[in-house]
Design a protein around this ligand. Structure first.
Ligand SMILES: Cc1cc2nc3c(=O)[nH]c(=O)nc-3n(C[C@H](O)[C@H](O)[C@H](O)COP(=O)(O)OP(=O)(O)OC[C@H]3O[C@@H](n4cnc5c(N)ncnc54)[C@H](O)[C@@H]3O)c2cc1C
Length: 475
């Protein structure tokens, strides 16, 4: 049995990993040169509790169970995850009524520990919150994680369990005959398969159409963010939500796992064809700042280091599209808007099991669930850092001063598959700090060129069309 998973975001990589638990050949196709560069790259990174989603939706069905799987998953894959808890803040009587509705909705969705706290308690726990707050819905199970690291870790672990990975290989066609999937086609070749999982994020409707299914229509809903540096992370301790709107969970203020602070996202619907429109806008960022200041008036904007935007894959049904279809062997894990990251582990486990039952796949013996992350010496006790340096002096050479990333980490990231500056950045956080690569890009580029046996002008930031060095000025 051969199964092709299309899309190496959080959803596709976790599905591929779960499928590796069964007796099957699993192939993962990704059009980008690396893992986790789609929707998974730019979002809030919140592991939601599950109170935002209307009971009866697939979002509600998979969010709280997904949240429940995160501690074990994060431990197995050594991915950062912190259960911070969250407040939904109410500033009017109407918003207080919304908190009560969310609490009831959460209880119906199986979300534990929801409580409404009065103004004094909210301000005692979170002194930087706007003193005009009336009440807060406290949710202890909300957490934060690094979405792209989850995808990278899931792939590394799946590779150790037999995955065949095809990066930089967009799927261009799906062969279906007599109502059954037969093969996937890419620019490189034709791969005979018995099943296909469509986890192509913003492009899942294109993939569904390749299999002859027209029922899925996606359009991007852009969310813009402002990221503040690691001197601001202790301004708030928990994720702060406003009362949600029809369209989104609203503009948030939250700590990041790196110790920074994230403000955003807003929500702007874009035309269906604007699936690469990840630029930020003045209007959008002003909306984000105003929204953040409503929750925490003293947000220190002078500490901003980056603005960015992500695109939500929105569908008219406002829900995930999951499971089998009228084409035998074609499965969907599509329209994964928020809380898709949170739901991903539960969706992956459920879908892999559905496929195993439908195709009578026995469980494989010897599946190894653990993956080791790249050591970050700056987080280690000094004796352990010294031991690493004795093994290889490159573990002692700091390349990214902001995040104290060593040459040893960068070389290890390249050994594990990084081929671009972003590939190194997402695996090690080199270039992710206050200077945003201003002081280390040339050094990382030189290491990439050396390790890959290329000229520096052949190294890119993120694949085709993003070269940094254009050529030699003097030979
Ligand atoms: C602004 C914003 C905030 C969000 N906040 C949260 C949050 O806090 N918590 C939460 O739970 N969820 C959140 N989400 C949702 C979450 O980010 C997504 O549900 C999740 O990342 C979707 O992952 P995915 O794997 O389905 O998609 P993607 O990460 O987009 O992966 C799909 C992959 O398919 C690839 N692909 C596309 N076409 C092809 C092709 N033809 N051939 C091969 N590969 C192809 C793409 O390149 C991509 O890498 C947010 C989303 C956004 C945009």
């Amino acid at each position: 049995m051969r199964i092709a998973v299309i899309g190496a975001g959080a959803v596709g990589t976790l599905i591929a990993r779960e499928l590796c638990r069964y007796e099957a050949e699993v192939l993962l196709f990704e059009r980008e040169p690396d893992v986790g560069w789609g929707v998974t790259k730019a979002n809030s990174g919140i592991v939601h509790a599950g109170f935002h989603d209307e009971p009866g939706t697939l979002r509600a069905r998979f969010c709280a169970p997904g949240n429940g799987l995160f501690p074990e998953l994060a431990e197995e894959l050594e991915v950062p995850f912190r259960r911070t808890g969250a407040y939904v803040l109410a500033f009017t009587e109407e918003e207080c009524a919304t908190l009560r509705e969310l609490r009831a909705q959460g209880a119906e969705n199986g979300v534990p520990g929801l409580e409404i706290h009065g103004r004094e308690e909210v301000l005692a726990r979170e002194p930087r919150v706007n003193p005009e707050v009336h009440a807060g819905l406290w949710s202890p199970t909300v957490g934060i994680t690094l979405p792209w690291e989850l995808a990278i870790a899931a792939v590394e672990n799946a590779l150790a369990n037999g995955l065949e990975l095809h990066l930089g290989e967009p799927v261009t066609g799906i062969e279906v005959s007599q109502g059954r999937v037969r093969a996937v086609c890419t620019g490189v070749g034709r791969y005979r398969v018995d099943a296909v999982v469509n986890a192509a994020g913003l492009f899942a409707d294109h993939i569904a159409r390749m299999a002859g299914l027209d029922g899925l229509a996606l359009h991007p809903r852009r969310g813009e963010y402002v990221l503040l540096d690691e001197t601001t992370g202790d301004l708030v301790n928990v994720v702060l939500f406003p009362a949600p709107t029809e369209k989104s969970k609203g503009i948030l203020v939250l700590p990041t796992v790196d110790g920074g602070l994230l403000l955003g996202p807003n929500a702007r619907d874009l035309p269906a064809e604007a699936r690469e429109a990840t630029e930020t806008t003045r209007e959008g960022l002003e909306e984000v700042i105003a929204g953040a200041r409503r929750l925490v008036p003293e947000v220190p904007l002078s500490r901003a280091i980056k603005t960015f935007a992500g695109l939500r894959p929105e569908s008219p049904q406002k829900d995930f599209v999951l499971g089998d279809t009228e084409v035998k062997g074609f499965y969907q894990a599509a329209a994964m808007r928020s809380p898709g990251l949170t739901a991903a582990p539960a969706v992956a486990r459920w879908l892999a099991r559905e496929i195993s039952l439908a195709h009578s796949l026995p469980e494989k013996t010897g599946f190894r669930p653990k993956r080791k992350r790249i050591p970050h010496p700056a987080d280690l006790p000094e004796a352990e850092w010294e031991a690493l340096i004795r093994e290889d002096s490159r573990w002692g050479r700091v390349i990214c001063f902001c995040n104290r990333v060593t040459e040893g980490e960068i070389v290890e990231a390249i050994r594990r598959g990084a081929r671009t500056l972003d590939g190194v950045k997402f695996r090690t956080r080199a270039g992710f700090g206050r200077c945003q690569g201003g002081f280390c890009t040339d050094r990382i580029l030189a290491i990439l060129a050396r390790e890959l046996g290329k000229g520096p002008w052949e190294v890119t930031a993120r694949g085709e069309g993003s070269r940094i060095v254009l050529g030699e000025v003097r030979p």
